[in-house]
Design a protein around this ligand. Sequence first.
Ligand SMILES: [Zn+2]
Length: 332
Amino acid sequence: MFSFSASSGKEEEKERAMSLFHGMGKHSHHGGHVHVHRPGHTEAKTTSVFVVSFLVLAATSAFQGSIAVFSGSVSLLSDAFHNVADGLTGLPLWLAFSLAAKRPSLRYPYGYGKFEDLAGIFIVGLIFFSAGVSLVRSGEKFFHPQVFHHPGWVTLASLTGFLANEAVAFLRIRAGRKTGSISLVADGQHARVDGFTSLTVLVGVAGSVTGHPLWDPVVGIVLGISVLWIALRMMRDVGLHLSDGIEPETLEIIRKAASDSCAIRAVSRLRARWTGHSISCDFCLVLDDAMSFQDGRREGRLAEERVRKVLPFAGDVLVVIVPESEAAASPP
Ligand SMILES: [Zn+2]
């Protein structure tokens, strides 16, 4: 498709350099440059987030469960089950992160990054489910207001649920932002939402004590609707990543960094897409026809370095060197 024309005329040296470069045969006509980045440390970080989240939620669940048995509160018992189940939602994501750290195979030549986005669909589905449960429960409470027999204990259990979920949310969202994983951020959003749901029990207790039984369902419905809104936004983000999409401003950042050298005439055929929590991109560097192969290679390497500097989640970066005369003949 693209060939590199060097002015030096040292054909043999050029071919040797190309085949070394690309690991291809002598007749390769690609002046390409690829660097594969496997974020192994990311996996270790997410493993600890997964383990800590699970332990915190399991302990909370045991505490809430014992108070539920003691006070006879059914909603507290279901909250306890919910928390232990949520501790396990990290499992598919953790598996996806472990897969993403694996080397590409013959069956998966682009690697295993997309499994994370599949896990993201599952996680966002659970947020929708959480919102649905919260709305249905609040609807029921409109007609059957709750009576709290042990308001003190229920208050303690609800505060514990809030603090535990908020701690897990903080851990997951921070790790998600650091590693570029929106699925992990979504998992954190889920915990945050559940924390606030736990907190609404306090409104129920306060309403019940002061004789306002409708406070609880009204707050529950407002919360349920805002959770639906969060879930829709997460769905849009996960959908973008799953469908090989990218935020357009990211393309501009890459283009600006790649073209930041006076030797580069243009950057063309720029593409980028999310694969799990890393961004793969490829582009052509249009260079002067008179430039030597070695200089062209160096420009390619420097362009890759500049792109990696501005793109913390860069995965594969493929740079194709194109002489200006050829670039003019083919559409950008
Ligand atoms: Zn939940």
